[in-house]
Write a protein that binds this ligand. Structure first.
Ligand code: ADP
Ligand code: MG
Length: 349
């Protein structure tokens, strides 16, 4: 190894390009960026005005000529150009650019159900952002590695990754996906149900961010023994057209989310029914692991556990499991075993 290459080693990156949040892991450093996957754009000249948290604050608050877009919103990549602009922006922000000749390798988690076109769009965006090589990895596999499941062993592990736009249910063994099921119902739909409920029952119009706040602060999937809290919510009263404050209770919010919650539970049950018998035994022993921001909904583990009869745990750092998983893969590139986790690998000259 020459002197030059010894001093110009690149910082490889692991990226979780999520429908709600994007996280970037840099080798040797850990997670260095965690921002909402939102871009604010000037409608007149298509100029990018803000990316990430700053853009999320603009959601629902923009003047006519500005729009805040979630380019991955409904499932996978809904808006290619904006998704690419966002990824480039985030990578540029964390890329240590002292030597522009050194381009990082990138490991990127993508939902297991993406199409070839969507996959190439991600590769293209990473290449445009300066990647020398792009490795794509199934998100459930990354989430399981990040959650600390022993995915290299010949035992079955079940992971459910509940994000903003998609819920992915997967059974893994020997670093591969044995079965998976993806539904485009996750955290966003829970918030949407709350928004609809507030309008129908309380005649109160609330925005997407307020609905999300209600879900996080008051929302639950299963009743607890503890006293059920209440919350004051501000919005626009449908009948008078004026701002108003309404007090809501935890049980009614739980009830309002029952439909999307049952879609998630049904996806889990369908996957369980398809498991090969030997792996089913492993999952009964080991339980189900929940990851993703949606896993943080209070009582969701209890609900899934009651509905399936299988012990269910929420991963530590549920929101960052995918990014931590891509990071673990990066740090162990030399390990031959790791090669099997990749879905595809492209090298750019
Ligand atoms: P993605 O992988 O699609 O980017 P994330 O894994 O970042 O999604 O999860 C985002 C979702 O998790 C959002 O719908 C958000 O509202 C939800 N979420 C985050 N924290 C909580 C919480 N404490 N309770 C309920 N939902 C939560
Ligand atoms: Mg995710």
């Amino acid at each position: 190894m020459g002197l030059f290459s010894r001093f110009s080693f690149s910082r490889d990156m692991g990226i979780d390009l999520g429908t709600a949040n994007t996280l970037v892991y840099v080798s040797g450093k850990g997670i260095v960026l965690q921002e909402p996957s939102v871009v604010a754009i000037n409608k007149v000249n298509q100029e990018v005005l803000a990316v990430g948290l700053e853009a999320k604050r603009m959601l629902g608050r923009t003047p006519d000529n500005v729009i805040a877009i979630r380019p991955l919103r409904d499932g996978v990549i809904a808006d290619f150009d904006t998704a690419e602009a966002m990824l480039k922006h985030f990578i540029k922000r964390v890329h240590d650019n002292r030597n522009p000749l050194v381009r990082p390798r990138m490991v990127i988690g993508i939902p297991s159900g993406v199409t070839g076109v969507e996959r190439r769009a991600v590769e293209e965006a990473a290449k445009e952002a300066g990647a020398s090589e792009v490795y794509l990895i199934d998100e459930p596999v990354a989430a399981a590695i990040g959650a600390g499941l022993p995915v290299s062993e010949p035992t079955g592990n079940m992971i459910i990754d509940i994000g903003g736009g998609t819920t992915e249910v997967a059974v893994l063994s020997l670093q591969g996906t044995v079965l998976s099921e993806s539904v485009r119902v996750a955290g966003d739909e829970l918030s949407d149900s709350i928004m609809l409920y507030m309008k129908k029952v309380h005649n109160l119009v609330v925005g997407e961010r307020t609905a999300e706040d209600i879900k996080i602060q008051l929302g639950s999937a299963y009743p607890t023994d503890a006293e059920e809290p209440i919350m004051e919510v501000r919005g626009l009263h449908l009948l008078s057209g004026l701002p108003r404050t309404v007090t809501i209770k935890a049980p009614e919010i739980r009830e309002s989310m029952s439909e999307p919650l049952s879609i998630i539970v049904e996806a889990v049950k369908r996957t369980l029914e398809r498991i090969p018998p030997e792996l089913a035994a492993d999952i009964i022993d080991r339980g189900i692991m929940l990851a993703g921001g949606g896993a943080l909904l209070k009582g969701l583990d209890t609900l899934i556990s009651h509905e399936t009869g299988i012990v269910t745990h929420v991963a530590d750092n549920a929101e960052s499991c995918v990014a931590l998983g891509t990071g673990r893969v990066l740090e162990n590139f030399k390990d031959k075993d790791m090669e099997r986790v990749f879905k595809s690998h492209t090298r750019y000259e």
